[in-house]
Design a binder for this molecule. Structure first.
Ligand code: GLN
Length: 531
């Protein structure tokens, strides 16, 4: 029988609920527990695939091609277990399923209601994920903040689930904020008390409270929360802001969080093995020398839009005992010859051109790629960044006039990157995006092979356009190497420039498989070249 841990958030959003949930998972896994994670998102979108990065940050892609919330990236990085479609559910998906069944007549003329039909579907999805993943502990994070209208059906479903499961099989963790008041120089616990009361009024009694604050949290605050929220003293855990998010599991461990969870779930406690994680934290703390990496994306200064890319750059840098400083390069300003922006580009040790959709800023990205190729600056292109690299090479080395992508200019003559409708029908069941994990064969004696050290790899995709094979020979004869190709030899997956310290681009997104303690080989070699 799986056990369930539910993580809710109170007082306000952006407290790091995903990181808290991921850190709990990290500790449990380190104690030998098989953990599976799930994010329940109360918004109405079916998935975040079509949401703007301004709204929602990065879309994280799983092996089986689910387009999910960026919190799944935290789960995979902290827990290092591949997730799937089962790990992500939204109100949109729940209603879609229930309404489809209603149309089919499954409810035999009954009235469809939030309770029981919507709540039943929510419980079913949680239990399905637990069963199919064969986990010992199912960790569910509920998006949003307690008190949001759209979150209520989820909380009601969890309240029911707790009663239906055997005693001691469910655990509620509530993450809240202790705001700091400068005038009185103290942290306040009242918002936490009110948030817990709100949960209790919905029939949910949190077993653990994680208290967030930027300032030092004192024993008296924890005791006060314990007293007023009716949570035992050991179960109120301080969660102060830390320098690196990866310190959070160690901080929880210091406060015996794992032990409390095991006890409350009637599991026999096993000390977690945190040796490797602790070594990683030590490396993070002692890597002080900087390396400057340019990030030439479209959403300037919007960390969340590129969170997996930034984490990959950071962890690959820590691997080489360097601290990465990400320098945002605004390619629209590069296009207009903005002196300051070019100067920023001239100062970096390497450039990443991340994924993206649409034409905005792409001419500037092509200029960035040209600069990196000519000046032999290490360059890593991720999906769109790889397509940009091929277009630049086609224009300026192979002299293919106005080479471009079908995405930027549908009617152009020389589409070096184009749409392959039948490819996608064959591969992704009629959808127009190639999603999820696809195999790729790596060519020997290339940068890619040197990084992977293996011939067959699996990487995650999320794109519509592909390299146009009609230009393959011409580009190869000029020194572009297709160093990764699908096993059926139809799709070009990795490109690199010959005789360059490191100019590599991949149609896939290596950032989704990079881990803080195991940076992705392409990022690792890119940073090495940048050093
Ligand atoms: N827009 C490009 C495509 O659809 C690249 C997508 C991406 O970078 N993920 O192929």
């Amino acid at each position: 029988m799986p056990k369930y841990i539910f993580v809710t958030g109170g007082v306000c959003s952006s407290l790091g609920k995903g990181i808290a949930a991921a850190s709990i998972g990290n500790l449990l896994k380190a104690s030998g527990v098989k953990v599976f994670t799930q994010k329940l998102d109360p918004y109405l979108n079916v998935d975040p695939g079509t949401m703007s990065p301004f709204q929602h940050g990065e879309v994280f892609v799983t092996d089986d091609g689910a387009e999910t919330d960026l919190d799944l990236g935290h789960y995979e990085r902290f827990i290092d277990e591949p997730l799937s479609k089962l790990s992500s559910t939204s109100t949109g998906q729940i209603y879609q399923e229930v309404l489809d069944r209603e149309r089919k007549g499954d409810f035999l003329g009954g009235t469809i209601q939030i309770i029981p039909h919507i709540t039943d579907e929510i419980k079913k999805r949680i239990r399905d994920a637990a069963k199919k993943s064969k986990c010992d502990v199912m960790l569910c994070e509920i998006g949003g903040t307690v008190g949001d209208i759209e979150g209520q059906p989820f909380l009601e479903a969890l309240r029911q689930l707790r009663h239906e499961e055997a005693r001691g099989n469910t655990l509620f963790v509530h993450l809240t904020l202790l705001p700091y008041l400068k005038s009185s120089n103290e942290l306040k616990t009242k918002p936490t008390q009110l948030s817990v009361k709100l949960l209790q009024s919905m029939g949910i009694h949190p077993d653990l409270v994680l208290a967030r604050a930027d300032e030092k949290i004192e024993k008296k605050h924890l005791l006060k929360i314990s007293r007023f929220c009716d949570v035992e003293p050991e179960a109120v855990i301080p969660a102060p802001t830390v320098k690196s998010i990866y310190e959070v599991p160690l901080n929880f461990h210091k406060h015996r969080l794992g032990e409390t969870i095991f006890r409350k779930l009637n599991l026999k406690y096993r000390e977690p093995n945190l040796k490797e994680w602790e070594e990683m934290i030590k490396r993070i703390q002692t890597s002080t020398e900087e390396i400057k990496i340019g990030l030439a994306g479209k959403y300037n200064e919007l960390d969340d839009a590129y969170i997996s890319v930034i984490e990959s750059i950071k962890s690959a840098s820590f691997y080489h005992k360097r601290k990465a400083k990400v320098v945002w390069i605004d390619t629209e300003k590069i296009e207009t010859n903005d002196v300051k922006e070019w100067k920023k580009l001239h100062q970096v040790n390497g450039v990443v051109v991340p994924g993206g959709f649409g034409v905005r800023g792409t001419e500037g990205k092509i200029l960035v790629a040209q600069y990196c190729r000519e000046q032999k600056i290490p360059y890593l292109g991720l999906c769109l960044g790889a397509q940009i690299m091929a277009i630049e090479f086609a224009r300026n080395v192979a002299e293919i006039k106005n080479a471009t992508s079908e995405e930027f200019s549908p009617k152009a003559r020389n589409k070096v990157v184009h749409f392959l409708p039948d490819q996608h029908e064959k591969r992704s069941k009629g959808g127009t995006l190639r999603l999820g994990s696809w195999p790729c064969k790596v060519l020997k004696d290339t940068h890619a092979y040197h990084a992977y050290k293996t011939e067959l790899i699996q990487e995650r995709h999320r794109h519509r356009y592909e390299f146009n094979n009609a230009f393959k020979k011409q580009l190869e004869s000029k020194g572009l190497i297709f160093s990764g190709i699908s096993p059926d030899r139809e799709l070009m997956e990795i490109v690199e420039v010959k005789d360059h310290p490191f100019m590599v681009g991949s149609q896939f997104h290596p950032e989704f498989k990079s881990r803080p303690n195991r940076p992705h080989p392409l990022f690792r070699e890119f940073i090495k070249a940048a050093l």
